[in-house]
Design a protein around this ligand. Structure first.
Ligand SMILES: [Zn+2]
Length: 142
């Protein structure tokens, strides 16, 4: 990081294969320790599902980033993988149970999508906010 640059968002380069999801959960929980329990759990679920979905489609994820916004209280999860294949909600050539993770991501996030990376890879991202129905808002904590 050079002088004057903003600090990078929390990022985990995953070199282990398969990346231990337990470690990702521990890292995420540590990076977002000030989130309310509901919000953190939603972020953990989304992170796990994005990673699992990449594995199930043969696209080994190699990086995950968390971008935190406080106003509104929101966490953007970004997972990089090397496959050009686009994720499809609820459908997969690998079997009927595959792809369901993205249904969960779709339900838990306010927005999600993919961005192409240089080469053949892509970033799958999802934004999880607690400022929606059904969540305890982090800001409402005593
Ligand atoms: Zn929150």
């Amino acid at each position: 990081m050079g002088v004057g640059e903003a600090p990078d968002p929390p990022a985990l380069e995953m070199t282990a294969e398969p990346a231990p999801l337990v470690r990702v959960r521990q890292w995420t929980a540590a990076a977002l320790a000030d989130l309310d329990e509901d919000h953190l759990e939603a972020v953990l679920l989304v992170s796990t599902e994005l990673l699992t979905n990449a594995y199930e489609h043969g696209a080994t994820p190699y990086g995950i980033r968390l971008r935190r916004s406080r106003m509104p209280c929101r966490v953007r999860v970004e997972v990089d993988d090397a496959s050009p294949e686009q994720p499809v909600v609820g459908r997969s050539r690998l079997g009927e149970t595959r792809g369901r993770g993205l249904v969960l991501v779709d339900q838990l996030s306010t927005a999600w999508g993919t961005n192409p990376l240089p080469g053949t890879g892509k970033t799958v991202w999802a934004e999880v906010s607690c400022e929606r129905d059904g969540y305890t808002r982090c800001a409402s904590r005593p």
